[in-house]
Design a protein around this ligand. Structure first.
Ligand code: S3P
Length: 441
């Protein structure tokens, strides 16, 4: 089967209710915490994508068994650091930065040395952001230039740390929290705001963790070595996957969509705030609590007129994975949209800031860049007719999704390579597109 798709036709208006795929960040966290619980946890609606399957394979390699019955994954934990590790174990995080960074936190007390590797994209990403705090705890880490492969050897002599996390990275924060579970005493993190699924899940498990918010900083206190019991958990829908369908609908005249059961944790809903500031009128209805997270249904309608935005920097973290698709809306909006301080985008699965700007220029949009700030000159009458090919994007799933949504809303004849990248986060992406009437070959 060729690893590309062809799109030669815009999507026509649709009016549908859909279920989106389960949240990737929450799926990975639920597996890792189940691996540290005492007893058999049951997780339903787990995302079955490569990043999550690599998380399951990883805990299995570390001696934790799991099975699947119907829609439920059963994971049998033996408490904190209850891994059963063989000598010379290598774990492969594939494409997943979240898995790679979080698992290191759980290995600070491992009996033997563990080697961590990843795919081509992950092997280009910087691990100094987690190596530094893990060394402060006392873990032994070997790595060349702070890149994979990394070797970590645990220690029985861990000490609690006070760490200022000033990137605003949930992966760094969560790595430190998981390391703190293994460490006697109280670890303190002063963390620039980022998604807080790890904290919410631990609170749901009644783990002794305290969060105090001051301005843009969360002060998190974690008491180490507190065992927690196995749990049942249902994973909600992923807002980052929903984002592509939100924008598909918004940019399709007279289209309507309801996306059911989406996680609308405020640390993730930056895209809705931003698009509503641009005039999108997206509604969040039927909010409810699900295992400590907020879940709701999202209502979107096609909009003919969208305005540019001067995007407040404090929304960057809650929309960090969505800027590529937000850029597409800016390309169709009336006026010049301004985004600032987006350097973190270049630290993702690909250099997304660079690639996103090249993409906009390829479709004829004027973009000015000043270091990590961008101005996008919108063109509300933008229509594409030429041939486009998208390739060489390090198989970044979100570049693939962006390309499909652009082709379906703006037209042109597109060849989009590396279709298999959808397996990372959203294997049902093309199936849902087709259900809405998209013609994708
Ligand atoms: C994630 C955190 C974010 C995000 C990534 C998933 C997580 O990364 O971009 O897709 O699950 O913790 P950073 O923590 O590096 O910002």
């Amino acid at each position: 089967m060729p690893d590309y798709v062809l799109i030669n036709k815009k999507i026509s208006k649709f009016c549908k209710k859909i279920n989106i795929s389960p949240d990737k960040s929450i799926s990975i966290r639920s597996i890792l915490l189940a691996s540290q619980a005492v007893g058999t946890s049951e997780i339903s609606n787990l995302l079955e994508s490569e990043d999550v399957l690599n998380t399951l394979k990883t805990i299995k390699k570390l001696g934790i068994d799991y099975s699947k019955q119907g829609n439920v994954y059963k994971i049998k934990g033996f408490g904190i650091n209850g891994f059963n590790i063989n000598k010379n174990t290598t774990i492969n995080a594939g494409n997943s930065g979240t898995l790679a960074r979080l698992i290191l936190g759980l290995l600070v007390r491992s009996k033997y040395k563990i080697k961590l590797i990843g795919d081509q994209s992950l092997s280009k990403r910087d691990f100094s952001r987690v190596i530094r705090p893990l060394r402060l705890f006392g873990a032994n880490i070997k790595s060349k230039n702070n890149l994979l492969p990394i070797e970590i050897s645990g220690t029985e002599f861990l000490r609690p740390v006070t760490f200022n996390e000033n990137i605003g990275s949930a992966q760094v924060k969560s790595c430190i929290i998981l390391s703190a579970l293994n460490t006697p005493g109280i670890t303190v993190i002063n963390s620039k705001k980022s998604r807080n699924h790890t904290e919410l899940m631990l609170k749901f498990l009644k783990y002794p963790l305290k969060v105090q918010t001051k301005k843009n900083i969360d002060k998190i206190d974690i008491k180490g070595l507190h065992q927690f019991k196995a749990f049942q958990y249902e994973v909600p829908g992923d807002i980052s996957s929903s984002a592509f369908f939100i924008v598909l609908t918004l940019l399709t005249f007279k289209a309507k969509i309801i996306i059911k059961n989406v996680n609308v944790n405020p640390s993730r809903t930056g895209i809705i705030t931003i698009l509503n500031k641009m005039g999108a009128k997206i509604l969040i209805k039927n909010k409810r609590n699900s295992n400590g997270e907020t879940v709701a249904d999202i209502y979107v309608k096609g909009k003919k007129k969208l305005n540019s935005i001067n995007c407040p920097k404090n929304l960057n973290s809650s929309a960090i994975d969505e800027f590529l698709i937000i850029f597409l809306v800016a390309a169709k909006a009336n006026g010049v949209s301004k985004f600032r301080d987006l350097g973190e985008m270049n630290k993702k699965e690909s250099k997304r800031l660079d690639l996103g700007i090249n993409f906009l220029r390829m479709i004829g949009i004027k973009v000015e860049r000043f270091h990590n700030d961008v101005n996008i000159h919108g063109n509300p009458s933008l229509k594409l007719t030429k041939n486009f090919e998208v390739k060489n994007f390090l198989k970044d799933h979100r570049i693939f999704f962006l390309s499909c949504i652009t082709a379906l809303t703006l037209g042109g004849n597109w060849k989009i390579n590396d279709k298999s990248s959808i397996m990372t986060s959203f294997p049902k992406f093309l199936k849902i597109l087709k259900k809405l009437g998209a013609k994708v070959e």
